[in-house]
Ligand binder design. Structure first.
Ligand code: 13P
Length: 258
């Protein structure tokens, strides 16, 4: 990370876990042990039905609540979908877009791009996810693949809007597998993402954008990952479901030594 130029963001992605009642329990516990860190932004992205409980519980805190997806359209006949303005009205600050688990359900780069544009228009902070499969890594096409995801996902995003975004690098082979990318592997890709942003938007914006790592990040490996110069935070699945573990990751991000 580099606190001088950009924000550190520790974000939880609960995926399809926890009911609204369990959300309330988590937040009560989390609030009592939450570090008073000044250095990092904390986000919790939760299932849509848990958003009201999460927002209510975190109202007086610095923790931002987010969603895990949104629809690209403003409104209309899209049964079961949720529009960006609904998330804003419900109190969300963030929205995860393009997670590999959603891409695996058929979401394309074009879909992700449309959602990013809608989210930004509505004032949400998109956490746009990119990442390669094990097969792609073994074929040596990680950089090309991720460059394509970034370029396609950011199409039409102007200089004024890109500053509001967060990018998350999540290698698919590291998600939920307990197989974390080494700090060097994660840094290499995060650095190349920053290079792509530099080519698209210039050095000043590239220096200011927060790039997170996600994929089996936990209370044990967080410090070493966050100590890398181009890793500005984490997008955390499993470990964000347990207050003590999530808190330890926030504490790692708050260490003055990095
Ligand atoms: P895990 O931390 O459970 O590997 O999940 C990572 C992830 O997909 C966060 O979006």
């Amino acid at each position: 990370m580099n606190r001088k130029y950009r924000k550190t963001v520790i974000a939880g992605n609960w995926k399809m876990n926890k009911t609204p009642s369990e959300t309330k329990e988590f937040m009560t516990e989390f609030k009592t042990i939450m570090p008073k860190g000044r250095w990092c932004d904390v986000a919790l992205c939760v299932p849509a039905v848990c958003i009201p409980a999460a927002v209510r519980a975190m109202r007086e805190t610095r923790v931002g609540i987010g969603a895990e997806n949104c629809n690209a359209n403003a409104s209309g006949a899209y049964t079961g979908e949720i529009a960006a303005n609904m998330l804003v009205d419900a109190g969300c600050k963030y929205v995860i877009l393009g997670h590999s688990e959603r891409r695996a359900m058929g979401e394309t780069n074009e879909d992700v791009n449309a959602k990013v544009l809608t989210a930004l228009e509505n004032g949400l902070v998109p956490i746009m996810c990119v990442g390669e499969s094990l097969e792609q890594r073994e074929q040596g096409i990680t950089e090309e693949w991720i460059t394509m995801q970034i370029k396609c996902g950011l199409r039409g995003v102007g200089e004024d809007k890109i500053r509001k975004m967060v990018i998350a690098y999540e290698p698919i082979w590291a998600i939920g597998t307990g197989k974390t990318a080494t700090p060097e592997q994660a840094e290499e890709v995060c650095e190349s993402i920053r290079t792509v942003i530099r080519k698209l938007y210039g050095a000043k914006i590239a220096r200011a954008i927060s790039i997170l790592y996600g994929g089996s990040m936990n209370e044990k490996n967080a410090y070493d990952l966050l100590a890398q110069p181009d890793i500005d935070g984490g997008l955390i699945g499993g470990a964000s479901l347990v207050p003590e573990k999530f808190v330890k990751i926030i504490e790692a991000a708050n260490q003055p030594t990095i």
